[in-house]
Ligand binder design. Structure first.
Ligand SMILES: NC(=O)c1ccc[n+]([C@@H]2O[C@H](COP(=O)([O-])OP(=O)(O)OC[C@H]3O[C@@H](n4cnc5c(N)ncnc54)[C@H](OP(=O)(O)O)[C@@H]3O)[C@@H](O)[C@H]2O)c1
Length: 248
């Protein structure tokens, strides 16, 4: 239980779902962890569980300028950073006719633009070695109705994992990605579906997944622990697909 002993980690979107479970596993492996969410109210439940073992920072991933403030806070708290898990993300699913430019821009601001400028702002703080893990999605690799904008944003993250790795590996910074399939998290309750539609969507998805179930947040978090740790020192610009076989 010391695979991340002494590491200082930042998890964006750490108040819920995959990010919160990753915070639990990072702490159990010996890391010091800071988590973000848009508003401090989102930390009530994580704070009850993690208490002073985590640092809580309200920061909006959609705001590129705000990434500088987040980095200043990390500098004050930790002095440097060994691990970044870019996890904050939104899944806005709509038929193509229902998109407008502001909705499109918002998905890309949260899922791509903010993360890019966060990585840029963190460059002076990253230790050597450092590990950046991007939470992409299996949607980047498959075709699914209503997912065009979300999938494109996640494909951009996968491309960033490869290209930033090529650029940053000489400074000891590895960038890799995880691509989860459907994982049982609060994300689904934020899709704006009625309880009946949500149930129908969930059942339809499960039929498509060869493993015949949703994944658990812990099944993503354990891959992130591997990529964050020195065990993966030779894994550079890679993607770990964890999807119950959905993309086969
Ligand atoms: N669940 C899945 O099936 C699945 C599959 C593939 C990929 N993923 C990816 O996994 C990541 C985590 O999703 P999840 O399923 O764990 O969903 P979740 O439970 O809804 O968690 C999302 C987290 O991101 C935070 N967040 C959202 N917008 C933010 C913003 N603008 N600034 C800062 N934080 C923000 C949320 O906090 P607040 O809302 O309180 O700010 C929350 O902590 C996402 O990138 C998602 O695309 C999920």
């Amino acid at each position: 239980m010391d695979r991340l002993q002494g590491k200082r980690a930042l998890i964006t979107g750490g108040s819920s779902g995959i990010g919160l479970e990753t915070a639990r596993q990072f702490i159990a492996e010996g890391a010091r962890v800071a988590i973000t969410a848009r508003h401090s109210q989102a930390f009530e439940q994580p704070r009850q569980e993690l208490g002073s073992r985590a640092v809580y920072i309200a920061s909006d991933a959609a705001d590129a300028a705000e990434q500088q403030t987040l980095v200043a806070e990390i500098r004050d708290r930790f002095g440097g950073l060994d691990v970044l898990f870019v996890n904050a993300g939104i899944a806005d699913l709509r038929p193509v006719e229902q998109w407008d430019a502001s909705g499109f821009d918002h998905t890309f601001a949260v899922n791509v633009r903010g993360p890019f400028f966060l990585i840029q702002a963190l460059l002076p703080l990253f230790a050597n070695p450092a590990s950046v893990v991007l939470n992409a999605s299996i949607n980047a690799d498959i075709g699914m109705p209503n997912a065009s904008v979300y999938a494109a944003s996640k494909a951009a993250l996968l491309s960033m994992a490869r290209n930033l790795s090529a650029e940053l590996i000489s400074r000891g910074i590895r960038v890799n990605a995880v691509s989860p399939g459907p994982i049982a998290t609060p994300l689904y309750s934020k899709l704006g579906l009625s309880a009946t539609d949500l149930q129908a969507t969930s059942e339809a998805l499960q039929k498509q997944i060869p493993a015949r179930r949703f994944g658990k947040p812990s099944e993503i978090a354990s891959a992130v622990v591997f990529l964050a740790s020195d065990e993966s020192a030779f894994t550079v610009g890679g993607e770990i697909v964890i999807d119950g076989g959905l993309s086969l």
